[in-house]
Design a protein around this ligand. Structure first.
Ligand SMILES: Nc1ncnc2c1ncn2[C@@H]1O[C@H](COP(=O)(O)OP(=O)(O)OP(=O)(O)O)[C@@H](O)[C@H]1O
Ligand SMILES: [Mg+2]
Length: 401
């Protein structure tokens, strides 16, 4: 994806962009109502005109680049367009106008993408959010939204973001990785897959644990395919990502508060509602808050085989995280009762990890086998072997991230 990041070209791009905005205005072109092809021709002609009028010595290649980037600016999401179109990119993270990172094959790297300034970043963010009916301004400075193609977008601007507007996009992957893909790419062994399948078929309550982008949703989606066809499944997510290929499924999605601050529907309310829908199993996309209470109770009372994911770096951390979530959400039954609730509800924790070389893998699968003394006694069902001299992930203490 060729671009030029030198100052001279960036200055030219800015001048051409301003020029284009004026020309569109003068000619009364309504960008939203003009077909892409005619809009492209218009931009192409105008850029050519500008370049010859100012006698700019541009190569044919740079002229084409300038035309495309100006078009992206007018019709699309500016500098983000090529990144959005590139299927090898999973995440796009804009920390500032000159600070854009992308994640490719598990590895985060800096992109050769430049915005003009903070205002330019904010304009692009607004353009992304406008068709979604979401606003972003000082009174609601952060937005979490989903694009029509399923990609997830989070934007946050000053004064909450201290160093300028920031944008995070997790692109939607059209084709979910299959079990075979994961086995082939070394993310799990065939033995690990067998273990997971038998846990799902055996109606074990499963929690997938891992850091950001380690593949929690991917694995949850994958193992859910093994839920027997005659069972009724209710899924609950903050932004629907799961694509279960299952005949008997009801999908629920939480809703953020509207601009007046009302109308919010939380995951906790949805779990409670799901329990009234006679599900065999509940699949909660990710445990983040008070819904853990109802989820654990559901796991304990006739909805065996329920599943969820949680953000944590080890199976032990996941348990500590759940304890914390229970405590801060008002479940104060005492330490022993909390241990009992967790130990008797959860059957299995599947720990995912991302190694420094970018490899994502199922690191271990542990079963919880509580005893009277130790509600969190664990038995290892599967443990991944790393290749010789493959560096292990650093051990992070405390809060995952
Ligand atoms: N084992 C894998 N190998 C390669 N790519 C993977 C693997 N697992 C997931 N991915 C890709 O990584 C990206 C993140 O995966 P996924 O959404 O499943 O992670 P997550 O842990 O749920 O992330 P988040 O913390 O943001 O919820 C996706 O684009 C997905 O296709
Ligand atoms: Mg996820």
């Amino acid at each position: 994806m060729a671009t030029r990041i030198d100052q001279e070209y960036q200055d030219l791009k800015r001048r051409v962009h301003y020029f284009m905005v004026e020309r569109l205005d003068e000619e009364g072109v309504d960008v939203g109502k003009t077909g892409r092809d005619s809009l492209f021709s218009f931009v192409q002609n105008q850029v050519q005109g500008f370049v010859s009028q100012h006698r700019l010595p541009l190569s044919a290649q740079d002229l084409a680049l300038l035309t495309r980037e100006t078009f992206d600016e007018v019709a699309g999401f500016g500098p983000l367009e090529p990144l959005l179109a590139d299927d090898t990119i999973n995440d796009i993270l804009v920390n500032g106008p000159e600070d854009v990172f992308i994640e490719v094959a598990g590895v985060l790297q800096q992109a050769h993408t430049r915005f003009i300034d903070d205002d330019h970043v904010t304009r692009v963010i607004r353009r992304i959010l406008a068709p979604l009916g979401r606003r972003l301004d000082e009174s609601s400075p952060m937005v979490d939204a989903r694009l029509p193609d399923g990609s997830r977008v989070n934007a946050i601007i000053p004064p909450i973001a201290l160093d300028g507007p920031s944008l995070s996009i997790r692109k939607f992957t059209q084709k979910h990785l299959t079990a075979q893909d994961l086995v082939n790419s070394g993310s799990m062994t065939a033995e690990c897959l067998d273990t997971l399948v038998s846990l799902v078929e055996g109606r074990r309550n499963v929690l997938i644990s891992g850091g950001t982008g380690t593949g929690k949703t991917t694995i949850l989606n994958l193992i859910s395919q093994y839920i027997p066809r005659d069972e009724r499944v209710v899924t609950i997510e903050d932004s629907a990502e799961l694509q279960l290929n299952h005949p008997h499924i009801v999908r629920l999605e939480t809703r953020p508060a509207n601009t007046e601050g009302s109308g919010q529907i939380t995951a906790r309310e949805l779990v409670i509602n799901a329990l009234r829908m006679r599900p065999d199993r509940i699949i909660l996309g990710e445990v983040r808050s008070g819904e853990i209470i109802e989820l654990l109770q559901a796991m304990n009372t006739g909805h065996e085989g329920s599943m969820s994911s949680i953000h944590s770096n080890s199976a032990r951390d996941a348990l500590v995280r759940i304890e914390t979530l229970l405590a801060v959400n008002g479940y104060d039954a005492g330490e022993r009762a909390i241990g009992r609730l967790i130990g008797s509800s959860l059957d299995v924790i599947v720990q995912l990890s991302r190694l420094p070389n970018g490899r994502r893998l199922v690191r271990e699968v542990v079963a919880l086998k509580p005893t009277a003394d130790d509600p969190y006694r664990m038995e290892t069902l599967y443990h991944a072997e790393l290749a010789q001299d493959e560096p292990a992930e650093p051990q992070v203490e405390g809060v995952p991230g």
